[in-house]
Design a protein around this ligand. Structure first.
Ligand code: NAD
Ligand code: DAU
Length: 352
């Protein structure tokens, strides 16, 4: 029997690389194709332990290029898609929304069109799984949670572009009967995250004795989930989720930014053998992010009840694993923070 062919988009990025590794190792009966443009956030180093596997193939390409996407679907006749490719950083979306509109909206529609064309209404064992974010729901006050039926209310160009793509994915289900599934996840942390996002940025700055730029008063709240737990959730949803449904994924692990940063500082002091409290001295309060959402918090009961998923790691363990990974992978950090990264950093933080 032919092997099932699964296209994972954006698998050279942070979450995508963990999903691809899990699928490649766990399902030798699948052929995994990674379509990635290798933007600043995509890095084949993230997959170097599995890139020689016979059930893995990398394809360099842009999901915005509809001709390329159509040709790939025509050539490989994918049975399933797990779509993670995206522009993913809120601050960059404030600087330059257009890349987000193109990749997150147009790119998603190109994939839907190509899948629709080759599947031609025969959807048995086919899946189009769209990976999305809790930011589409907007911002919470200090009480309550995001549920699967919470109305969309995005505030940044990033979250608005992800919300648009979610709507389009659902529209292709309702209009054309496409076999879609969506999940909306909270903030991820762990190995291989590009150091523009809070946790790896602060680990890297502490390592280099650079200021830690805390937006506003550091009172914003995020719900943090270890990236491998997100990958495990994607696995169970891809295989057991109900077509047309949405699943929320979260860690039930809320932290104000300032409290989280203090934990990172403590762990880093210990790991680097510095005096307790020395990293905290690097904390610098800077101008707040425009349109900064106060709080995200996910209710993931549906996923837990229907598919039996729950986070495997306590945050206290996950953050130590994460800090260890960055300390042990300084070359990875140095590689991704050379060149254009410095220009990005100076531009983003010069006027704060
Ligand atoms: P990332 O920025 O680390 O990786 C994105 C990947 O997509 C990179 O490899 C990049 O090269 C690729 N890519 C970007 N534009 C492309 C294009 N036009 N064509 C092909 N490839 C392209 O992102 P991430 O943090 O791993 O997020 C992955 C997905 O998960 C995104 O859809 C994001 O919205 C979603 N998500 C992220 C989080 C989080 O906390 N990071 C939480 C919930 C949902
Ligand atoms: O909630 C899921 C989302 O989480 C994903 O969809 C996004 O792709 C991902 O980037 C993340 O978005 P956030 O904006 O929450 O993550 P970020 O790491 O950029 O910021 C986390 C919090 O830390 C947020 O309140 C802003 C704050 N922050 C961030 C940076 C980069 C700072 O205070 N200083 C900083 O320098």
């Amino acid at each position: 029997m032919d092997k099932k062919r699964i296209l994972i988009t954006g698998a050279a990025g942070f979450i995508g690389s963990h999903v691809a590794r899990l699928f490649i190792n766990k399902y030798p009966e699948y052929e995994i194709y990674n379509l990635d443009k290798l933007t600043y956030a995509g890095n084949l180093e993230n997959l170097k332990d599995i890139d020689k596997n016979s059930n893995y193939k990398f394809i360099l390409g842009d999901i915005v290029d509809s001709e390329l996407v159509n040709n790939l679907f025509e050539e490989y006749k994918f049975d399933g898609v797990i779509h993670l490719a995206a522009e993913s950083h809120v601050d960059r979306s404030i600087e330059n929304p257009m890349d987000f509109i193109m990749t997150n909206i147009v790119g998603t529609v190109n994939l839907l069109n190509a899948a629709r064309e080759i599947w031609k209404g025969s959807h048995e064992n086919k899946r189009f799984y769209h990976v999305s974010t809790d930011e589409v729901y907007g911002s919470l006050d200090l009480e309550g949670f995001f549920y699967e039926d919470t109305p969309y209310n995005p505030h940044s160009p990033y979250s608005a572009s992800k919300a648009s793509s979610d709507h389009l994915v659902r529209a292709y289900h309702d209009t054309y009967g496409m076999p879609v599934i969506i999940s909306n996840c909270s903030n991820n942390y762990g190995p291989n995250q590009f150091p523009e996002k809070l946790i790896p940025l602060f680990i890297n700055n502490i390592r280099n004795n650079k200021p830690l730029p805390v937006y506003g008063k550091g009172e914003n709240i995020r719900d943090w989930l270890f990236v491998k737990d997100h990958a495990a959730a994607i696995d169970v949803i891809y295989h057991g989720g109900k077509i047309g449904d949405t699943y929320n994924i979260g860690g039930h692990n809320e932290w104000t930014n300032i409290d989280l940063i203090k934990v990172i500082c403590k762990v880093m002091d210990k790991k680097l053998g510095r005096a307790n409290g020395s990293s905290e001295e690097l904390i610098t309060f800077v101008t707040d992010r425009a349109g900064h959402d106060l709080r995200y918090a996910i209710d993931s009961q549906k996923l837990q009840n229907e598919l039996g998923w729950k986070p495997s790691l306590q945050f206290e363990e996950g953050i130590i694993l994460t800090v260890d990974w960055y300390i042990n992978n300084q070359k990875w950090l140095d590689n991704v923070t050379s060149g254009n990264y410095q220009k990005y950093y100076n531009k983003m933080y010069e006027n704060r």
